[in-house]
Design a protein around this ligand. Structure first.
Ligand code: AMP
Length: 428
């Protein structure tokens, strides 16, 4: 009996909640990152890059052991050397570590730093939620905890969303500090304990681990209960109340409208005083707040700080398919050869044009000129530069304008200049 052919192995697929990006979707993603980077640089922020893998301890202590991110969503594993490490679920603890480890405070205070890159959370995948997603993250670290830094940080975020034309409402709250929050927490626990039977299962757990988070539960029963819950804003101590008033005054001065949301607490442990989110109809595009205790919690010198993160995918979703990237890059020109002997000349001419800053497409592996020009048409190239045997010998090339069908020969030495001129005329 003939032996059965072994089945070819099946192709591994991408993981749940992770996706590939290419074409227009990637162009939009890159556009969001570029706008954010430009705005942040003009708002005194300098770029920083931190590793995508850090010790698990950093997130347990930094992000907080009572947060969903740490308890449910961390990609934590042991390395071959036995170290407990995690893929970064957020930027802030890594940037705080880098700031301290590299002594960045010596560069002047506050330090304004931003990072852009992918993050990993083993979240339940659903619309707008991925397990690998990108954030633009900006932190203002050190100096004093002056409310003007909160306002300036929010102003940079506001400008990014405005430049991207991603309309979102700024919601803001204060969650107090070590002085006033413990008393408020007690009031909150007392209130919810009285109504424990009406809480969802998660909130019964939160009542012990992180009672403030009861306020942002989306379950209808819990939403109804919070209406009569005590509000942090009514219980702020005098310095926290003054800080919050000043943040609001500065925002008013900057013409940045905001809405008070007494239920906004944010999911992370380290926030104090100001917390905020920019909310769009599809959900939260960005969020952040002040975190004056994180550095101490990590074992560093007490350092006041304020920061935020934008979800790049969320902003891309908010912009939608019809969003036009302003000032799109010029379309590439096409380089083609006519005849085997001209292939090498066309190859080096392509390199010469790229070197002159002109985007180039080609199909040099194809033999027939017709087949190559068909590709040019598919790619939407406005011009083709064709090298035939005669041109290769003469050190010239033909420029063909696809709109008019006209062809004209130029010496190789003048080609780049002529192409640039024509591309400019096309744009104007
Ligand atoms: P956070 O770090 O949780 O405060 O989130 C800041 C922003 O990141 C949110 O406003 C979202 O826009 C975005 N974001 C958070 N989690 C995800 C996720 N799983 N997938 C995509 N975007 C996310």
């Amino acid at each position: 009996m003939a032996e059965k052919e072994p089945k070819p192995p099946s192709m591994p697929q991408s993981l749940r909640g992770m996706r590939d990006l290419w074409g227009d979707a990637l162009a939009l993603h890159e556009h969001v990152r570029a706008v954010a980077s430009n705005v942040l640089r003009s708002h005194q922020f300098a770029p920083i890059e931190v590793p995508a893998v850090e010790s698990t301890n950093l997130y347990e202590r930094g992000t907080g052991e009572s947060t969903d991110i740490v308890t449910k969503e961390l990609y934590a594993f042991e390395t071959r050397g036995g170290d407990k490490v995690s893929l970064r679920p957020e930027f802030t603890p890594g940037i705080a570590r880098a700031y301290t480890e590299n002594g960045l405070s010596r560069l002047g205070l506050p330090q304004r730093l931003f990072a852009i890159g992918p993050l990993f959370r083993h979240d339940r995948p659903q619309a707008g939620r991925y397990r690998q997603f990108w954030q633009v993250d900006a932190e203002t670290i050190g100096g004093t905890g002056d409310p003007i830094y909160d306002a300036q940080s929010i102003a940079a975020l506001h400008r990014i969303l405005k430049e991207l034309k991603a309309p979102a409402t700024l919601e803001i709250n204060s969650i107090g500090d070590r002085v006033c929050r413990p008393g408020y927490r007690k009031l909150l626990v007392a209130y919810y304990t009285e109504h424990e039977k009406k809480l969802c299962a998660d909130c019964v757990r939160r009542l012990v681990t992180n009672p403030l988070r009861l306020l942002d539960c989306k379950e209808p029963g819990c939403v109804k209960l919070r209406e009569n819950a005590p509000k942090m804003l009514d219980k702020l101590c005098a310095p926290c109340a003054a800080h919050f008033t000043e943040v609001m005054e500065y925002l008013d001065e900057l013409g940045i409208p905001c809405t008070l949301n007494p239920y906004l607490v944010r999911g992370l442990d380290y926030y104090n005083r100001t917390v905020f989110e920019f909310v769009h109809e599809i959900g939260s595009l960005a969020g952040g707040g002040r975190y004056d205790y994180l550095f101490e919690t990590l074992g560093a010198k007490p350092t006041p700080a304020v920061g935020w993160a934008i979800g790049v995918e969320r902003v891309v979703d908010a912009l939608g398919d019809r969003y036009q990237i302003p000032g799109k890059k010029p379309r590439p020109i096409f380089v083609a050869h006519a005849g085997e002997k001209a292939r090498k000349s066309a190859l080096s001419l392509g390199e010469l044009l790229i070197g002159a800053g002109i985007p180039v497409k080609d199909a040099l592996a194809k033999d027939s000129l017709k087949a190559q020009l068909k590709t040019a048409d598919k790619e939407g190239c406005p011009l083709a530069i064709i090298v035939g045997q005669k041109e290769a010998f003469d050190k010239t090339a033909i420029i063909r304008d696809f709109r008019t069908g006209l062809q004209e020969a130029f010496p190789i030495a003048r080609i780049a200049e002529e192409v640039k001129k024509r591309l400019k005329d096309l744009r104007d």
